[in-house]
Structure formats: C-alpha cells, structure tokens
Design a protein around this ligand. Sequence first.
Ligand code: UDP
Length: 370
Amino acid sequence: WYKMNKIIKEDIETIAKDIMPEAKKFSGKTVLITGGAGFLGQYFISVLDYLNKNTFEKPCKIISADNFITGVKYWVKESETFRAIKHNVKDPLTINEPIHFIIHAAGIASPKFYRIYKIETIDVATLGTKNMLELAKEKKVESMVVFSSSEVYGDPDPRFIPTPETYNGNVSCTGPRSNYDESKRLSEALSRAYYETYNIPVKLIRPFNAYGPGIRLDDARVIPNFVSFALEGKPIPVYGLGNHTRTFCYITDAMTGFFKVLLSTYEGESFNVGDDNFEVSITELANITKEVLKEHNGSIIEVAHVQGMNDAYASADPKRRCPDLTKVKSKTGYSPKVDIKTGVKRFLIWAEEEIKKWKLSYFAVEKVQD
Ligand code: UDP
C-alpha cells in the first residue's frame, strides 16, 4: 500500500484549505474523475478524500476511471466513499448512480509517452472527451472540467506572449507534437459543441507546465528529469542550447486553480491555469536545480547540453511559453503563490525519498527504462 509522503500530505492540506468554502458544494455529491491514477487525478482524489475526513458533514463519493496506461497506483484506499474502476474512457462508461461532477483528467501528457502511445493519446482526448460529455448529458451534471493544455497554443508568436485565451495558436497538424496538440484542440471544440447544443456546463482548463511531488520520476518532463539526474549525481541534461523558456506551476497553485474553475459557472469557457511570475529559460532552471541540490546536501553537479530524447523535443520544442492569467484571476480569484525555487526544493525532497523506495520495489524496473 502506498504510504503517503509528508510533503504530499502538506500539499493536499494546503489545497483543501485554499478551496474552502466553495468546496462545500461537493458535500454529499458524487464526483467522477477520469485518469484518477495519474498525477493530477491523484491530487483530485486525495483532496476530496481529505475534505471527506476533515471538513464535509456529508462525505462526497469519489469514482475514478483509469486504465493504467501511464497511471501507476492509487494513494487513497478504496472505501465506501472511493471506488476505482479499471476502464479506458475511449469506450463509453456506464455508471448506475447519479453523478454531479465530472473531472476529465485522463490523458497522456508527457512527450515521452505521447510519442510512444500516439493513437491512444488521440483517443483519450477525443473519444474519451466525447464519452464524458455524453455521460455529463445523461447525468445532468452540475459542473464538468475537461483538461486541455497550453499546447493548444503550439509555438506561440512572440507578440502573443504572455498568451491570453483568445490567441488561436500556431500549431502543426502533422508535426511531432500534433497527436497531442491537435487532439486537445478537438477536445475543446467537442466541449464547446456540447455546451452550445446541450448546454453542458463544461469548462476547459489549459494548464501551463504543472509539476510537483507525485509526478512519475521517469515521466521525462524537465523538472522530474533534472531532479532525478541531480540526485544521482549525473550532469543535468539540457536539450540543445537551453534558451527555450517555460513557466512552471507548483501543484498546490495548479490544483487550487483547477478546483476554482470547476466550482465556477463560466460554462463553455477556456481558462489558462499556471504561473505568470517566473518565465525561466531551461538553462536557468538547470542552475536553480543545481543551487537547490547544493543547499540540500552540498553536492555540486554539472550541466550538460545534449540532444532531446525524441522528435517532440529535438525538432518541435515550443520556444517560449508563458500564460496571461488575467481571465482566471479576475473571474475566480486564482493567484499562484509558490516560487520556482521553493517548488523545486519541495520536489527534490520528495524525489529523494521516492528514489530510496524505488531501490527496494518495482519502481526500480521502471527506472531502467530511462
Ligand atoms: N528539457 C530539457 N531536458 C530534459 C527535459 C526537457 O532540456 O531532460 C526541455 C525541453 O526541451 C523543453 C522544456 O525542457 O524545452 C520543457 O520540457 P517538458 O517536457 O517539461 O515540457 P513541454 O515541452 O511539454 O513544455
């Protein structure tokens, strides 16, 4: 059984506190989460479970549907209030009870995995979204969120950075990121069509590089990769020159934003959720990781410039990404708080503990894949 890590516990508590009192709307209701065994899904389940145990008068029922293509296992134990179903949402899902909220968080978001599972990535974002919209229609849900991506903007024109929701994107429909980007765009178009046709109260979320404890260390995205390499004393692998930029949003901020959008009433609308305070180059991020490691245990490591691990990095890496958060801030009161250094430090402390565990368990096998 997965014993919940201290840093993750603190983060869950922070999120739960940040979303009260609006979250009372979940009390006594049923929430369906797709991709519940994934990085974001685990937090949704754990925060609701925390609220059930500590706050709600009447607990909510949590149902997760996941097919474990990239999800690993659940942090929360199955119980009266938490049921896990093994199901691929590209196929219709039958649930014989009322559902009040749907969180469609199933997806294959890491370029490492979406270049391996190319068609599955498209299926979950398109067929999966359509099946969930149908279910929302049948159950007459109170609210639904669909996880889109900041990748719907592709490689944005520098004139549109920071990028507002109104920017239409600069996206290739055949390039190495197209199976992910274009299927997320269709996911949004489907959601809009269901909103306009059936009045489904669906909101679309475009996360900008959310990270935090709980993301798979072999996920290959930049923060887990940099920290894994650093903890193993290996040079930090910066792909190419390292002048590409991103903004990174720590999980407590990201989850607070996601819940706020779900609990809002902006039906049919898209929202950027991320951090607009620190647009950093990948070289700067490598230096931050070095600094955090040095402060943590005194180790000094190098930075190496290497070739991206696959075509999504080597030839289709967006040059800059930074959200314009005006909309989500003004409509939901969202405001990111955790600075990048604090976030990387929390991540590193969590990762160190995880790596110790991996040596003893089946996680070690996954590590060999890197
Ligand atoms: N990156 C890197 N080394 C790594 C992983 C990623 O230099 O080990 C770079 C990558 O080329 C990109 C940025 O970090 O410019 C963010 O990559 P990530 O996979 O985290 O997310 P995405 O490209 O989807 O934003």
